[in-house]
Write a protein that binds this ligand. Structure first.
Ligand code: F6R
Ligand code: MG
Ligand code: MG
Length: 365
């Protein structure tokens, strides 16, 4: 059986009004361009959005990091940027940091999550996309899904899961990686991933090497060296038959978690799971939100999507997120609503400080 690759490549190339949602014309342009490649470079495709981010989901036979696939995504974003500029959408071309494509979209602005695998007899896959937050936002959920027996019953009662999982963690500042085998090394794993602005889970594997999850880890502000909004990450998770069940993958999203991002990429706020109809940022440019689409991947075809958070089962977490939003918003410009100073280095605050620098006087001895 040929191996299947799923690539999600995403970018914010313009939105309306302000940074709230993707325009239908961008979605249409992207969908048509990818559809034209079906049966050629692509097996199948799905185009969607979360807030102001345009998500290209592609299945193909080219493997991960394929120049042809990355180039196709780049060209789609270029075409969408053109449309965004014609409509004078807000932030048209925002995430296209490079002037020209040079082999791989990594480091050029767009975010990428990919995985290649041999399809099982039946292969359920969940695609997650977030807006107004950073890649490390997935850390909490991936830990709960693949390492917490209070979340994932299968880790305790299904012999095909009891061996646990291996987590590959990237240090986005030190530009290095490390793997932790869980449950044995779960405390060491937590020592790092509890600091999600720097340490990010990139992949999760079964102990036999089978890929289970993959995330995007691009940090726009670090790539650009200036403030260009948050990275708004994506994630792919495989489920069932020796992996956590679909319901075990979704379960941790019932916990209201505070993540970094929201207004001006500078505030902590609750990460709200929503159906596609609510995947638009409004209040204080947020709150940060996440959508999930479920598919069966069959000979590379995407059978679906199912809009997984469009469900009353998530009404309560949404209400709790709103309550948290009220509580933390009341703190206005004060930490910990506003990010810590080290994180604010990547925002527009340093420019404000620079203007005031000369007015500071030394303290008397
Ligand atoms: C967050 C985001 C928005 C903008 C904010 C100010 O990732 O994109 O919250 O930071 O709307 O945008 P500008 O500076 O473009 O007016
Ligand atoms: Mg934007
Ligand atoms: Mg965004």
């Amino acid at each position: 059986m040929p191996r299947t690759t799923i690539s999600i490549i995403k970018a914010d190339v313009g939105s309306f009004p302000g940074h709230s949602r993707t325009h239908p014309k961008l979605l249409e342009t992207a969908a048509q361009m990818l559809k034209a490649e079906r049966g050629k470079l692509l097996v199948d495709s799905f185009v969607t959005h979360c807030g102001d981010d345009l998500e290209l989901v592609m299945t193909h036979r080219e493997g991960v990091d394929s120049e042809a696939i990355h180039k196709l995504a780049w060209n789609v974003f270029l075409a969408c940027t053109k449309v965004a500029k014609e409509l004078r959408l807000y932030g048209a071309g925002q995430d296209m940091l490079a002037d020209a494509f040079c082999g791989n979209v990594r480091g050029m602005g767009p975010g990428v999550a990919e995985m290649e695998f041999e399809e099982r007899g039946s292969d359920p896959v969940l695609i997650f996309a977030a807006d107004k937050t950073e890649p490390g936002a997935w850390n909490f959920y991936l830990y709960k899904i693949f390492a917490d027996p209070f979340n994932t019953a299968g880790l305790v009662i299904d012999p095909s899961l009891t061996a646990g999982f291996v987590f590959e963690v990237h240090d986005l500042v030190g530009k290095r990686k490390i793997s932790f085998s869980c449950p044995e090394e779960s405390y060491s794993l937590l020592a790092y991933i509890g600091a999600p602005s720097r340490y990010v889970i990139k992949h999760v594997f079964k102990k036999d090497g089978t890929i289970a999850a993959s995330t995007s880890t691009q940090r726009l502000n670090m790539m650009a060296g200036r403030y260009v909004g948050k990275d708004d990450p994506v994630m792919i998770v495989r489920a069932q038959s020796g992996l956590p069940a679909v319901g075990e993958v979704l379960e941790p999203f019932t916990i209201p978690v505070l993540v970094a991002g929201w207004m001006r990429g500078s505030h902590h706020g609750p990460f709200m799971p929503v159906g596609l109809c609510d995947a638009n940022c409004t209040r204080f440019d947020g709150p940060p939100r996440v959508v999930c689409f479920g598919f069966q991947v069959t000979d590379g075809k995407l059978i679906g999507p199912a809009d997984m958070f469009d469900d009353p089962g998530f009404d309560r977490v949404r209400a709790r997120c709103n309550e948290l939003a009220d509580t933390i918003r009341a703190q206005g410009p004060f930490e910990p609503h506003r990010l810590s100073l080290s994180e604010m280095e990547y925002t527009t605050l340093p420019a404000v400080e620079k203007a005031l620098e000369k007015r500071w006087e030394p303290l008397e001895k």
